[in-house]
Design a protein around this ligand. Structure first.
Ligand code: IVH
Length: 675
């Protein structure tokens, strides 16, 4: 028999914990310290473990997480969780507004709900009779991952709704980190010697998609709702929906507002953009929706996004800092890239301490010199770049940066390619090339070797343990344990991973070789055509040319790679190490743009050829003009007629950061971290 006072203490404790969660996450206030909160939680869990009958499925003690899952089951969303079309200027928003007024034959200006666009991870929360029963990620919009145990650990997500909830309610919103929570978490990680998170969005997505919900529980994530799957009974506008969600205890954005007509919307957007630094979370734009439900319904939706809403993206964030020096990095193919070393500066949501200067010509054009004050730009997840120099003060005569004529790593000869302005180190055994090719060998698209990151590749080369990829397969765990951050367990794991990689297929093997221009897609074409590696090695240039998608340059690269003594020997050593790569019946590499025809237009910051090959590697076909055959248009600022045409044809339009997200290149380019 449970004593009455225990029952009442339990309900009081739960009520108190709910009250403080709500205060913090919906009103941004605190009345008790973290320590006091933890003490309440501990007391509740002590009582629940003594009287397990008292445990309920909405108790705040569930927030500590539970045993790890082996994978996430799927959840299906109907209606699907849509994405948003974008506008980049006042004129474009005005066109959006005109279209609405024209199509709906409105006499007066419509009301719009103007909401900060939070940059996190979209999730849906399913409530039945006010109790949280399921939670999932957006995934591709129709199918997401069931992350219920993880969502339960977020204090911002009510496990039980307050007030008078409808019998069924699916809340949609964004899981995010508040800037302050994110910075505090990173400070603590630094103090513990753990790797830092790059930015709040990556951290939110990584933290929520943990198979072990106890890890999610340890991360201070927040949640803010921006809608529901269906309109609840009696709700007829976006703003009244927000009022209702607030009353149920679901956090909504206090900066949402209602504006009448395009001019008011414009002012509200400016206010948000000007004050974005003061907001508690990162925002990357403003979402503008027709406020009235009846008007939304009349505008309808296209397959990927509604016609009653749009996102007004902010322009790329810029910051001023000092350029300490210019380093020249050597990539896998020997390409020399000038990289600006900067005094750390917070821009676009992350602290940036290096930025690309692309190549010698760019560097000369911008004439940035070590010691200059420079403007750095970063948009969404793209690589930060130095925009221009603000010059040097009168009388200062700094030296123009001279591009090295020999490799900064091995001193080998450097040649300049006229068509691409790239410089390349010609020494085949340059250590920089070797460590980059080791790293590439282990990448997800290639051999996918967990643990073979940049740091380890660097150590293996610097310590002389590895001179080319085939040496990896001679390593012993005794050699590995002497390396930094390597214990018995990680050494054995790496040996096992390497061993497992011997069974790889032809596509991954060729991708891993890192032949110039031969990424995952072309390797896939080769593996469709040839059955084994020896067939590829013996093929002639004409054989390669007869494959659709392979032109003379790639055919020549392939021929040279397999005929050159040095590279052919590496391949033979790999074969001797136990590889026997053959075509697999099924392509096991998932491709996010498979079968889609895509067009780039406007100014995007990834160099066009790179963007093109990234799209192709992701399975897409890139064309120059927009037609009814186009599936996806990737736009940057200044896009003109192609964007217009895409709109007319109702083609999906996304911006660069969304493109990088889709092809899973989230901040991976400069910030690769796998260890
Ligand atoms: S509404 C029907 N409102 O932005 C339209 N989305 O780029 C569906 N987002 O997938 C979204 N803040 O994850 C909406 N106030 C807001 C938002 C918002 C952030 C995210 C959301 C969506 C993405 C589209």
């Amino acid at each position: 028999m449970i004593p009455d006072e225990v029952r009442s203490e339990v309900s009081q404790l739960r009520e108190l914990l709910r009250y403080h969660n709500r205060l913090y996450y919906t009103e941004n206030r605190i009345e008790i310290t973290d320590g006091e909160y933890d003490a309440l939680m501990r007391r509740l869990s002590e009582i629940e473990s003594r009287w397990p009958e008292l445990a309920t499925e909405d108790s705040p003690t569930l927030r500590v997480g539970s045993k790890p899952l082996s994978s996430f089951p799927s959840l299906f969303w109907d209606p699907p969780m849509l994405s948003l079309d974008n506008v980049f200027s006042t004129e474009e928003f005005s066109e959006f507004d005109k279209r609405i007024r024209r199509e709906l034959k409105l006499e007066k200006d419509p009301s719009y709900s103007v909401e900060p666009k939070l940059d996190g991870l979209a999730v849906a929360l399913v409530y039945e009779n006010g109790i949280l029963v399921k939670a999932g990620t957006r995934g591709d919009g129709s199918e997401g991952e069931d992350i219920t145990p993880n969502a339960r650990t977020l204090r911002a997500i009510p496990l039980r709704l307050s007030g008078d909830p409808p019998p069924a309610l699916v809340v949609r919103g964004e899981v995010i980190f508040r800037k302050a929570d994110f910075q505090k978490m990173n400070r603590e990680r630094k103090a513990r010697g753990q790797e830092l998170f790059i930015n709040p969005r990556n951290a939110a997505s990584g933290s929520l998609r943990q198979l072990d919900s106890r890890i999610t529980a340890s991360r201070p994530l927040s949640f803010i709702a921006y809608g529901t799957a269906m309109w609840p009974e009696g709700i007829t506008s976006q703003h009244s929906l927000f009022d209702m969600l607030g009353k149920l205890g679901i956090p909504v954005n206090p900066y949402n507002s209602v504006c009448r007509g395009a001019e008011e919307v414009e002012k509200a957007c400016h206010r948000l953009e000007e004050n974005r630094d003061e907001l508690s979370w990162e925002i990357d734009g403003v979402v503008i929706k027709l406020d009235e439900d009846s008007l939304q319904k009349r505008m309808g939706t296209l397959s990927r996004f509604p016609r009653w809403a749009t996102a007004r993206k902010f322009k790329a964030e810029e910051a001023v800092t000092k350029l300490i020096d210019i380093d020249v990095q050597v990539g896998r193919t020997g390409r020399l890239t000038p990289v600006a070393r900067l005094e750390p500066v917070f821009v676009g949501g992350v602290t940036v301490s290096s930025a690309t200067l692309h190549n010698e010509d760019e560097l000369a054009k911008k004439d940035v010199r070590p010691g200059d004050t420079v403007i750095v730009r970063r948009a969404g997840d793209v690589i930060p770049e130095v925009v221009r120099s603000l010059g040097r003060s009168e009388g200062e005569r700094r030296e123009r940066f001279r591009f090295p004529r020999s490799c900064p790593v091995c001193n080998g000869p450097v040649a300049r390619e006229e068509d691409t302005s790239a410089h390349r180190c010609m020494n085949p055994s340059c250590p920089a090339k070797i460590r980059e090719s080791l790293f590439h060998w282990g990448c997800r698209d290639a051999l996918d070797i967990e643990g073979l990151g940049r740091k380890l590749s660097e150590q293996l080369v610097d310590k002389g343990l590895v001179k080319d990829v085939s040496d990896l397969y001679r390593l012993t765990s005794h050699q590995l344990v002497f390396l930094d951050r390597m214990g018995d367990i990680s050494a054995n794991n790496l040996i096992n991973e390497l061993d497992k990689s011997r069974g790889t297929n032809l596509q991954r093997f060729i991708t891993g070789l890192g032949i110039p221009g031969i990424g995952r897609t072309v390797s896939g074409l080769l593996s469709d055509r040839f059955r084994s590696l020896s067939e590829v090695m013996d093929a002639s240039a004409d054989d390669f040319l007869s494959i659709e998608g392979i032109g003379p340059v790639l055919a020549d690269n392939l021929q040279r790679f397999f005929n050159e003594k040095i590279t052919r020997n590496v391949v033979n050593r790999l074969l001797n190490a136990g590889f026997n790569p053959e075509s697999s019946e099924v392509d096991d590499v998932e491709k996010p743009l498979q079968g889609l025809t895509v067009v780039f237009t406007g100014g995007i910051s990834t160099p066009r050829p790179d963007a093109r090959s990234m799209a192709e590697d992701a399975g897409g076909k890139v064309t120059e003009s927009v037609s009814s055959k186009t599936d996806l248009v990737i736009v940057g600022p200044g896009a003109g007629s192609k964007l217009q045409k895409a709109r007319e044809l109702g083609i999906e339009i996304i911006d660069e950061s969304e493109f990088l997200k889709r092809i899973n290149r989230d901040g991976r380019i400069l910030f690769e971290k796998r260890e």
